[in-house]
Design a protein around this ligand. Structure first.
Ligand code: UDP
Ligand code: MG
Length: 138
């Protein structure tokens, strides 16, 4: 059984897409095993995206991710990491396959609605970044 970390980003929360995204994950048969709404500080967003520290978009990305509340969740199921990435679509909505979350709702490559861990290694950093063992059920 695998777990991934997903985030409804500030643009997704503003567009009232929390339920839509959770619904798409649940329809696949995956279980939400941790869930909360938080408003990250710039510093907290920088820590989450530390892997992108050297990228030119790091400053704008972390400002965006701290501009408003987000919903963070841990999701569990067989193959959940790759399946959530598939449901999300490509980072740039212009390249995202029809019917994916980003194709349906994202404005641009930065404001792209949703995050999902890209590997088991990423998930093992990202889930504990937001949730203690006691906050994860099942
Ligand atoms: N991002 C951006 N410009 C880029 C690439 C990425 O603003 O050229 C933002 C975007 O919000 C993306 C996040 O940085 O979701 C993390 O980038 P990554 O390459 O990890 O994309 P993801 O895994 O989210 O598809
Ligand atoms: Mg990524």
């Amino acid at each position: 059984m695998q777990r991934t970390l997903s985030i409804v980003k500030p643009d997704g929360v503003k567009k009232n897409l929390i339920g839509e995204l959770i619904g798409r994950f649940e329809k696949q048969g995956f279980r939400i095993v941790a869930l909360k709404m938080i408003h990250m500080s710039k510093r907290e967003a920088e820590g989450f995206y530390i892997v992108h520290k050297a990228r030119p978009f790091y400053g704008e990305l972390t400002t965006f991710m701290s501009e408003g509340p987000v919903v963070v969740m841990a999701i569990e199921g067989n193959g959940v990491i790759d399946k959530v990435r598939e449901l999300m679509g490509a980072t740039n909505p212009k390249d995202a396959a029809p019917g994916t979350i980003r194709a349906d709702f994202a404005d641009n490559v930065e404001r792209n609605i949703v995050h999902g861990s890209d590997s088991a290694e990423s998930a093992s950093f990202e889930i504990p970044y937001f949730f203690s063992a006691l906050e994860i059920v099942g």
